[in-house]
Every structure is written in structure tokens, then in C-alpha cells.
Design a protein around this ligand. Structure first.
Ligand SMILES: [Zn+2]
Length: 79
């Protein structure tokens, strides 16, 4: 365990979102899981969140923007 937690949880590097229960712990999800999955579980407290796109419009639109950007980068790198 030589990797500092602060490095593992560096903002911007970890896909996911802060756990509403733990606050400072990010629930890690791939964008694909967020967009197409139904549940997310916090790795720290075990809180299970249902992903309901109808109730998370702002978050989902933000994540979709990131997802699309990622797709664009992937397409660019293939050339
Ligand atoms: Zn948690």
C-alpha cells in the first residue's frame, strides 16, 4: 500500500462522483456505467445509489458531455 489515497482520489483523474454519505469519497464509475447502468455502490460505506436519469438531469447531461468528449478523443486517436 505505497500509493497515497490522495493521489488515487485526485480530482479530475477519477471518473465518478462524491458519495452523498461520505462526502469526500468518490464513487468510481465508468462513464458507460453511469450512462447505461442502474446502480452505483460506494466502495467505502457500501451505500447503493439507484441511477435514475429522470432525477439527475443536470448530472447526467454533464456526464454525457464528458462521455461524448471522450468518444471524440478516441475517434481522433484512431486516425
Ligand atoms: Zn459512501
Amino acid at each position: 500500500m505505497k500509493t497515497p489515497m490522495s493521489d488515487a482520489l485526485a480530482p479530475g483523474d477519477v471518473p465518478g462522483f462524491p458519495c452523498p454519505n461520505c462526502k469526500d469519497f468518490r464513487i468510481k464509475l465508468s462513464l458507460r456505467e453511469v450512462l447505461y447502468g442502474r446502480e452505483a455502490q460506494c466502495g467505502k460505506c457500501g451505500l447503493t445509489l439507484s441511477i435514475d436519469r429522470s432525477n439527475a438531469g443536470k448530472l447526467m447531461s454533464l456526464l454525457q458531455d464528458v462521455y461524448v468528449a471522450e468518444q471524440n478523443v478516441s475517434a481522433f486517436q484512431k486516425k
